[in-house]
Design a protein around this ligand. Structure first.
Ligand code: TPP
Length: 333
């Protein structure tokens, strides 16, 4: 199966940037990639149970967009959320320990991969019901409007969620009540094994905004700086006018839907083509172009390696969660 051209967005030039701006974003993307690779390895060794959904290939979306937020802003995500949690400021240690079902995990090892949640950083989950979290995010944004606290809510969901009632309801309320929210469709083009053209008659999800008089945008998520610039506009709109936006970012997941999915519904060529556009490699190349020194790049990469190795060690050595939850600790699927 090969995706039709209609699934694509026009290629764009990389945005101008500097080492100071790009280096911290590259560092986050690299840490997320390494954290997920380590999780995949632990999963195949039977050390992590339950479901494990990786965003490898999509890192520029969460990193670029969350870079526009203040600590008090809310992030609401799906079950593919390790990167969003890390980018919001949660350390690798409690994330990894949570995946391992350990007591030191972010939610004491009781939630597992799909249910990361952290009040301290305003990371409001990790949600397993496709699209069900969009009205919840609208609720968080409504609370901000009601209190007048100036916070912005950013809600992520996949292209598959655009077919779900909860998405339609959340969108309608956000527009009607003028909520300070940015709805980000992280379009990796598949809903499990179903390509978007098999589930939506109009594949441009962002066009739904027009029916609600809402601002919209749609672009390629391969450049973390582009994601940052374009999402900054939507966040600014939410912060200053209270107006919502629907933004669709086209991206690709390199791995299967979850660890149990060999991804046989895609051709090798298709996956290879997207791997050539890997946002992590792009950010690295760009960092060299804008003048990072070899020594600084080596130091950054060594620092990430040490951070993730430490997180894995921490998870391995931590005690198991208090309660025994079979879907978290056993029965890898
Ligand atoms: C309401 C509901 N229906 C079905 C499922 C089973 N399911 C889990 S993930 C998934 C695919 C969702 O795809 P998408 O929204 O595109 O997100 P992605 O996994 O691509 O990030 C489905 C159908 C579910 N969790 N919730």
């Amino acid at each position: 199966m090969t995706l039709p051209d209609s699934a694509r967005v026009e290629p764009e030039q990389a945005e101008p940037t500097t080492v100071d701006e790009l280096a911290p974003l590259y560092r986050q993307m690299l840490a997320i990639r390494r954290m997920e690779e380590a999780a995949a390895k632990a999963y195949s060794q039977g050390k992590i149970g339950g479901f494990l959904h990786l965003i490898i290939g999509q890192e520029a979306v969460c990193v670029g967009s969350i870079a526009t937020l203040k600590p008090e802003d809310y992030v609401v995500a799906t079950y593919r959320e390790h990167g969003h949690a890390y980018a919001k400021g949660i350390a690798a240690r409690p994330i990894m320990a949570e995946l391992y079902g350990k007591k030191t995990g972010l939610v004491k090892g009781l939630g597992g991969s799909m249910h990361l949640f952290d009040k301290a950083t305003n990371f409001l989950g990790g949600h397993g019901i496709v699209g069900g979290h969009v009205p919840l995010a609208a609720g968080a944004a409504f609370a901000s409007k009601y209190r007048g606290d100036g916070r912005v809510t950013v809600c992520y969901f996949g292209d598959g969620a655009a077919t779900i009632g909860g998405f339609a309801e959340g969108l309608a309320l956000a527009a009607l009540w003028k909520l300070p929210i940015v709805l980000i469709c992280e379009n990796n083009q598949y809903s499990m094994g179903t390509p978007l053209y098999r589930s939506l008659a109009v594949e441009d999800v962002s066009l739904r905004a027009l029916a609600h008089g809402m601002a919209r945008d749609r672009f390629d998520g391969d450049d973390v700086i582009r994601v940052k610039r374009r999402i900054a506009e939507a966040v600014e709109r939410a912060r200053t006018t209270g107006e919502p936006s629907l933004v669709e970012i086209v991206t690709y997941r390199f791995r299967g839907h979850s660890m149990s999915d060999p991804g046989l519904y895609r051709t090798k060529d298709e996956v290879e083509e997207w791997r050539r556009r890997d946002p992590l490699n792009r950010a690295r190349e760009r960092l060299i172009e804008v003048g990072i020194t070899a020594a600084a790049l080596d130091a950054l990469e060594a620092d990430v390696k040490a951070e993730i190795e430490d997180a894995v060690r921490f998870a391995e050595e931590s005690p198991a969660a208090d309660a025994y939850l079979p879907y978290v600790t056993k029965g890898a699927q």
